[in-house]
Design a protein around this ligand. Structure first.
Ligand code: HEM
Length: 381
């Protein structure tokens, strides 16, 4: 999409797309402004629906405005503090080691299937405190929520919706039971942390807590998978950069990961709703209009990033918008960064030399809004 973005930034950085009935924004400055200006742009994308018709996800953190957002975010923030992340690091390292142990260096390795896909699902199920014996089932649900059915594709849309409805219900009940369980015997997981907050007088209703758990599945899994796959994609595409990373992974990985986030952003676009009639650089926006800042394009804007089309592993400053900006800034950013760092570091330690496999094909995920790969086969040298 990057050629197209470049053209749009030059020709019409803000435009109305009559087919999708939405405004598109392609430049960095305006995208950033739309993402962070909560007074002019709402995150309540389902505002036309009655409250009772909204799904738990639509009522969750990512789809609400202040003042509700402010109190809910303050509450869930405590489950994602740097201190909590420090606590998670050895566990993530253990999961990464377990995945790497399964790799047979003599055969082709699909990075997506063997590393970048399982890691975030296992991590989030541990963070939520899903018992090991439920993890398979949980993985199935979480795939379903994010990507729809893999096998046994239903024949009709209504059959699909029925199945979707069923999975949503199953998930809802699953978390409901889980909450009851954690109330009785709290653990170190996020659900227990949030239930303890309740005891201290800050409350999240049960529905809100369930919606939050489902949001974590959706917001955290595919995005992190794509970040890790995209890092491997960049390593094989820019061998000189990879040579430098290999020499000193510990020192180079943090900034490299930021550059992967900028250069190949897992989330390419994020929607908002215009709150009041306004003029935006000569365009008349009306209250209720949908507007989409294209993060993937903003992150390649030459006005903001010198040599924006180059992959520069020590780029600094690197104020990319891959995790958004403002009050909705990605809650899981520290976790996603940590997961990427741990798995890439462990991989480089064990398998420093690898190349794209003979059977390699570049198959991007078919969606304009996420950027990632369906598979990425490599051979270990
Ligand atoms: C919000 C991207 C990983 C949880 C966001 C937003 C973006 C984003 C762009 C802003 C949405 C908006 O402005 O409307 C990413 C990327 C990830 C990632 C690129 C991986 C590389 C995660 C993980 C979790 C997570 C691992 C949790 C386990 C959330 C939540 C929000 C959010 C809860 C909503 C925050 C709010 O509305 O206040 N993410 N995300 N994300 N993300 Fe992430």
């Amino acid at each position: 999409p990057f050629k197209w973005y470049e053209k749009m930034r030059k020709e019409s950085p803000i435009r109305w797309d009559s087919e999708r009935e939405a405004w598109d924004v392609f430049d960095y400055a305006t995208s950033k402004m739309v993402l962070e200006n909560k007074d002019l742009f709402s995150s309540d994308r389902s505002q036309k629906k009655a409250d009772s018709e909204k799904t738990p996800l639509e009522r969750s953190l990512i789809g609400i405005d202040p003042p509700k957002h402010t109190s809910m975010r303050a509450l869930v923030n405590r489950a994602f503090t740097p201190k909590v992340m420090k606590h998670w690091k050895p566990r993530i390292a253990r999961i990464a080691t377990m995945l790497l142990d399964k790799i047979d260096p003599k055969s082709e390795v699909d990075i997506v299937e063997q590393l970048s896909y399982p890691l975030p699902v296992i991590v989030i199920s541990e963070i939520l405190g899903v018992p090991i014996e439920d993890q398979e089932k949980f993985k199935e649900w979480s795939d379903w929520v994010v990507a729809g059915p893999k096998d046994n594709k239903p024949e009709t849309i209504s059959a699909l919706m029925e199945q979707q409805e069923r999975v949503n219900k199953e998930l809802f009940h699953y978390f409901k039971e889980m909450i009851a369980l954690k109330r009785e015997t709290p653990g170190e997981d996020i659900i227990s942390v949030l239930l303890q907050a309740e005891e201290q007088g800050v409350t999240l209703t049960e529905d809100e807590l369930i919606g939050f758990c489902i949001l974590l599945l959706i917001a955290g899994n595919e995005t992190t998978t794509n970040l890790i796959s995209n890092a491997f994609y960049c390593f094989t595409e820019f061998p000189e950069a990879y040579e430098r990373i290999k020499e000193n992974p510990l020192a180079t990985l943090p900034l490299t990961i930021e550059e992967v986030l900028r250069y190949r952003s897992p989330v390419q676009a994020m929607g908002r709703v215009v709150k009041e009639d306004m003029d935006l650089h000569g365009h008349s926006l009306k209250a209720g209009d949908f507007i989409v800042p294209w993060i993937g394009s903003a992150n390649r804007d030459e006005q903001q990033f010198p040599n924006s089309q180059q992959f520069i592993i020590d780029r600094k400053p690197n104020l990319h918008l891959a995790f958004g900006k403002g009050i909705h800034f990605c809650l899981g950013a520290p976790l996603a960064r940590l997961e990427a760092e741990v798995i890439l570091e462990e991989w480089i330690k064990r398998f420093p030399s690898f190349k794209r496999a003979a059977s390699f094909t570049l198959e991007p995920i078919e969606s304009a809004f996420v950027y990632g790969l369906k598979e990425f086969k490599v051979t270990i040298l």
